[in-house]
Design a protein around this ligand. Structure first.
Ligand SMILES: Cc1cc2nc3c(=O)[nH]c(=O)nc-3n(C[C@H](O)[C@H](O)[C@H](O)COP(=O)(O)OP(=O)(O)OC[C@H]3O[C@@H](n4cnc5c(N)ncnc54)[C@H](O)[C@@H]3O)c2cc1C
Length: 486
């Protein structure tokens, strides 16, 4: 059996371990932490359970296809995906149905319903045109992109809006600032800036409003539990508390890895480690590192986990309290690298779906704002100011006094995100996708010189977020097939 190592057991590492085991490899997965999951963590305190990282779940079929019946988990399609609150008092329910969201936006802003439907149809067209090329395929090997069907897609280029920003596109389509902000927010789904990310990101609205968003019955952590159980059943050997120090090669072929001062031979190595950390620690390469350092990082996050002493019927599973000045917010995050004084606040309450996630009559609040990458800001001071600003904002917008309802608090800041998962700068989605060339600039899923060395995860192609991480595993599966059963 060909021996294959996976370094890191984030969602992408687990997915590729499953795929490799199914191909017949002898798979060993090494994880520096004591449990699998990387950014998809959870904790329990005083009867409250919190998903620590991702909360939005789309394209569940990418998980289903990895799991045998006994490991599948229940998830529910959401009718209302997110409740949006604006400072002017407008409240918008984002429905997972083109017709319903169009009616909602018409009712709340006066926009002609058909304009929203047309926008979502365009988003669907972008998805159908780009997904086979950019999401489920390598764009770094000519043989993968120079196919007849891809060449035909060139004629669709203007309809993919690569030459305008998402904001410019939305401004052209809608005169109402609230709708511009609403559809602009989708750039943040991979940690980008709507004022600089390409209009092609209109595609993300298709995932939510046409295809739908879901929530796992037992929370986001069930994704990891299912993948882990499935991998074990397929015979994947897990090694926890095992930090890989180095990838060994003769510059032409991968030879193995160094773990806790022990050299272990492998014919194939797949890294799920943040690509910057990979070239700084595991396979030092100054040139690569400089290129990666210069590339802009996606946003990080500042999260408060609050046990709340009562229920808030005006809130749902996902809630957004928009900032007044979105442009200033993103200038602050990307140009000034500072927390913004009036941040957009996201409140995720999993106990709205899973009652057992909090004690009776209480709620588990995951309160997140976008943060710049960690460049040495004083996060302790930020935490103090931020809590006050968030409490004031939610009080003002809901007409509540939430401070007195907070029973306890835990914090996840960019430094902790960086430390826990070795993500450079604490970026949630690796390098940012603010440039129209970002799809090509991301690191490929293979090493250009060293045979047998491959990459999955949010910091390489096709990008961050659970669906794209799962897709990276699918792309690598095609590339490693040739080594199976040698
Ligand atoms: C707060 C937050 C909110 C998010 N919200 C969403 C969301 O709503 N929806 C969504 O789809 N995505 C979301 N994301 C992004 C999503 O979580 C990530 O894109 C995805 O989980 C990344 O998975 P990964 O496999 O690339 O790597 P990671 O989860 O980063 O895992 C990498 C693993 O490698 C291990 N490792 C690193 N170095 C070594 C080494 N040398 N040796 C051994 N092990 C090593 C780490 O310990 C870690 O377990 C969010 C992320 C965060 C943090």
């Amino acid at each position: 059996m060909t021996r294959l190592a996976v370094i890191g057991t984030g969602v992408a590492g687990l997915a590729v371990a499953i795929r490799a085991a199914k191909l017949g490899f002898e798979v060993h997965a090494f994880e520096q932490a004591s449990i699998p999951g990387g950014k998809i963590g959870e904790f329990i305190q005083d009867g409250f359970r919190f998903d620590m990282g991702p909360s939005l779940f789309t394209l569940p079929e990418l998980l289903d296809e990895l799991l045998e019946e006994e490991f599948r988990f229940d998830y529910r399609k959401l009718d209302v995906i997110t409740n949006y609150f604006y400072e002017d008092g407008t409240e918008i329910k984002a429905y997972a149905s083109p017709n319903k969201i169009a009616e909602e936006l018409q009712g709340k802003t006066g926009i002609e319903k058909q304009k929203v439907i047309d926008y979502l149809n365009e988003a669907k067209f972008i998805y159908k045109t780009t997904a086979p090329v950019f999401l489920f395929n390598s764009v770094h090997r000519l043989r993968d992109i120079l196919t007849f069907s891809n060449l035909k897609r060139i004629f669709s280029l203007p309809r993919l809006h690569p030459f305008s920003t998402l904001h410019q596109l939305n401004k052209k389509k809608f005169s109402d600032e609230r709708i511009v902000q609403f559809f602009g927010r989708y750039a943040t789904y991979n940690g980008s800036d709507p004022y600089r990310a390409p209009g092609t990101f209109q595609v993300i609205s298709h995932l939510e409003h046409n295809l739908g968003a879901y929530f796992p019955k037992n929370g986001m952590r069930s994704i990891i539990k299912s993948l882990f159980d499935q991998a074990k059943k397929l015979g994947v050997n897990f090694h926890f508390n095992s930090k890989v120090r180095q990838v060994l090669s003769d510059q032409k072929e991968v030879k193995g890895i160094l773990v806790n001062d022990e050299k272990i031979d492998f014919e194939v190595v797949i890294s799920d480690v943040d690509i910057y950390r990979f070239y700084s620690d595991l396979l030092p390469d100054k040139k690569r590192l400089n290129q990666l350092k210069q590339a802009e990082r996606s946003t990080s996050a500042f999260i408060f986990y609050w046990g709340m002493n009562k229920k808030f019927p005006q809130l749902d599973l996902h809630n957004i309290f928009f900032s007044k000045n979105y442009r200033e917010e993103f200038d602050s995050l990307f140009e000034k690298k500072q927390m913004y004084s009036d941040p957009t606040v996201y409140v995720f309450i999993s106990s709205k779906e899973n009652e057992e996630d909090s004690p009776k009559g209480k709620e588990n609040w995951f309160v997140m704002v976008n943060a710049p990458e960690n460049v040495g800001q004083n996060w302790k001071e930020e935490a103090f100011k931020l809590r006050r600003r968030i409490v004031e904002k939610i009080n003002r917008m809901l007409g509540e006094n939430i401070e007195s309802q907070i029973l306890f608090q835990q914090i996840l800041d960019p430094v902790k995100i960086e430390k826990n998962t070795s993500s450079f700068g604490g970026a949630l989605y690796g390098p940012s996708s603010n440039s129209r060339f970002s799809a090509f600039n991301r690191h490929p899923n293979f090493h250009r010189c060293i045979k047998g060395l491959y990459f999955v995860g949010g910091s390489v192609h096709p990008g961050g977020g659970i669906p794209l991480c799962l897709s990276s595993a699918k792309i690598v599966e095609k590339m490693i097939k040739k080594y199976a059963n040698h």
